[in-house]
Design a protein around this ligand. Structure first.
Ligand SMILES: [Zn+2]
Ligand SMILES: [Zn+2]
Ligand SMILES: [Zn+2]
Length: 179
């Protein structure tokens, strides 16, 4: 049996999705316009729903339709792992893009290594919005329109110094210079 070229297929799929997303078309059929904030058209959505229901009754993974789903889940362990990996990649890409759009560095100390950076809620309204504000779609919107969300880049150090030690930007600068 010929093994599929997973990496190449995935890139082609990503490019197609990107193109369709930009044109506002359904990500499945690529022909009809998508419905509202969804990514698919109404007929495709209905088809997926029916398909999933059939797979559920037959005790098949709703993603591949082949393997047995893990207990209490809709997907098999294999599909779940692939999905998690894709999500991790998408999040990483969205975060890197948002960071570069927000200036690429901590606004207080200039730290640039992305793993040290956080999205700081200037008005301290992060907690109430946390669930919503860590989703991939939100991070994508943030990259496009940062001022609207009152968010800036701070590194973990500066963010914690501000939140838990009540330091100001000037104080942080002073400490960094003395050191
Ligand atoms: Zn469609
Ligand atoms: Zn599966
Ligand atoms: Zn900093």
């Amino acid at each position: 049996m010929k093994r599929p070229n997973v990496e190449r297929d995935r890139t082609a799929r990503l490019l197609r999705r990107q193109r369709l997303r930009l044109s506002g078309s359904c990500l499945i059929c690529g022909k009809l316009p998508k419905v509202g904030s969804l990514t698919t058209c109404a007929p495709c959505r209905q088809k997926v729903k029916l398909n999933n229901e059939r797979r559920k009754t037959n005790e098949k993974c709703t993603n591949c339709g082949n393997r047995v789903p893990s207990i209490g889940r809709l997907r098999c362990t294999y599909c779940a792992a692939i999905n998690a990996e894709l999500k991790r990649k998408a999040r990483r890409e969205a975060v890197l893009h948002a960071i570069s759009k927000l200036g690429g560095a901590c606004e207080w100390c200039g730290e640039t290594f992305w793993k040290f950076l956080t999205f700081d809620h200037i008005n301290n309204d992060g907690r109430s919005n946390r669930g919503k504000h860590t989703s991939i779609p939100f991070i994508r919107r943030l990259a496009e329109d940062a001022p609207k969300y009152n968010i800036r880049l701070l590194c973990w150090n500066c963010n914690c110094a501000r939140q838990f030690r009540a330091l100001t930007e000037d104080e942080v600068r002073l400490v960094k210079e003395v050191k």
